[in-house]
Design a protein. Structure first.
Length: 373
């Protein structure tokens, strides 16, 4: 129950409110009770900071921006996955006990800090944007409608609240190897809708490698997304529909084999004729390219790109491993780590790398890869 405890900076009386906060580490822990001063306009992260400044100086919590933009302060507040810096104390009853626990899907490191490296593993496994081999970066062109379609997914702040909420992995550790999660479904959808992405099998990849089939579109991920990305409606469902169309609709399959091939061949012949007439590839407009056309929901107009996609992801490349900062015997960072008195971490590409990277260093099957290996 809230009790009056004195005026805040603006002269308004502050109250003491009841909190239960999970304290512990990977070996176990429990909820501990605190009575903490709460002032007008404060958010849950303010309370965690007040506790750190007063009776619980060793309370661990991850945060950076306090503006809902870095995605660090994800935790569960009264059982709901939320950003602590965006959760106003005024949304709770004065008499309510506010319970704060770490994200449940990921292993606890300490107190409210969890090890979210599962997400970075899945990020590294997702094949990167594959630009068309015949366009230089300055020649990329997109229609505004295509920019807007994927813009929604680019708002993701990687808070991993959706990943934490998804029941496929929330209580099922065994599903984690086969399931990338909603955050990476929107990445696959974004690239699938990208007209300049030369890989055409994003939805196949989502189905075969990311575990899209495990999702039963409960929309829980959408509900908790602080960026209000319509994960299920705008990414997962369209991808599922396209996978079904492509795999199981015999008419679509047959049609794509008969009509698309002729269409593509004609398109390619026309493009080649235009190039010959205009004196070579150097004078070609990017908008003449099949990649520059308005996308058809991720389907390719380019048989070469289709062939390329069939070769799939370049799984043999070395995936850069995260560099873990050294800790002392008690598991704490040494002071030099905190003051950055150390050389920068080595580049995952090596110190003497020259760009563009050789095809063997890329995580998608570059058209030149076969020639070089
Ligand atoms: S809609 Fe799919 S991805 Fe999202 S929480 Fe439900 S099962 Fe998980
Ligand atoms: S999609 Fe939304 S909930 Fe998921 S990581 Fe991105 S911002 Fe967070
Ligand atoms: S501290 Fe950055 S999102 Fe909360």
């Amino acid at each position: 129950m809230g009790t009056q405890s004195g005026p805040d900076a603006a002269g308004k009386p502050s109250t003491k409110r009841a909190f239960r906060i999970w304290r512990g580490d990977e070996s176990g822990g429990d909820l501990q009770d605190y009575q903490v001063e709460v002032n007008d306009g404060e958010v849950v992260l303010d309370i965690v900071h007040r506790l750190q400044a007063t009776e619980a100086p060793d309370l661990a919590c991850r945060w950076n921006c306090k503006a809902g933009k870095c995605g660090s302060c994800s935790m569960e507040i009264n059982g709901m996955p939320r950003l602590a810096c965006m959760t106003r104390m005024s949304t709770f009853e004065e008499t309510e006990t506010v319970t704060v626990t770490p994200l449940r899907t990921f292993p606890v490191i300490r107190d409210l800090v969890t090890d979210v490296s599962f997400n970075y593993v899945k990020a590294r496994e997702t094949p990167a944007f594959a630009p068309p081999a015949d366009l230089a970066p300055g020649q990329y062109r997109m229609q505004q409608v295509d920019v807007e379609r994927s813009q929604e997914f680019r708002k993701c702040i990687e808070c991993f609240l959706c990943q934490n909420t998804c029941h496929v992995v929330r209580d099922h550790e065994e599903n984690k190897t086969a399931f990338a999660g909603p955050r990476y479904f929107i990445r696959a959808a974004e690239l699938d809708m990208h007209p300049l992405d030369a890989k055409t099998d994003r939805k196949e990849y989502a189905q075969a490698e990311q575990g899209l089939g495990y999702c039963n579109i409960t929309k829980c991920c959408t509900e908790v997304c602080p960026e209000h990305i319509k994960i299920t409606d705008n990414a997962i469902i369209p991808m599922k529909e396209r996978v079904v169309d492509r795999r199981y609709d015999p008419l679509v399959w047959l049609g794509s084999k008969i009509f698309r091939r002729g269409h593509d061949q004609r398109e390619q012949q026309q493009a080649q004729a235009t190039r010959r007439e205009s004196g070579g590839a150097a004078e070609r407009s990017p908008l003449d390219s099949p990649h520059g056309l308005h996308s058809t929901g991720g389907a390719s107009h380019d048989p070469a790109a289709e062939q390329q996609a069939e070769r799939g992801v370049h799984w043999d490349r070395q995936i850069p491993q995260p560099q873990t900062a050294p800790v002392d015997a008690s598991g704490r960072l040494p002071l030099t780590e905190l003051t950055f008195d150390r050389p920068a971490a080595p580049s995952p590409f090596g110190e003497d790398v020259e760009f563009p990277l050789p095809a063997t260093g890329l995580n998608y099957a570059h058209p030149e890869q076969g020639e070089q290996s």
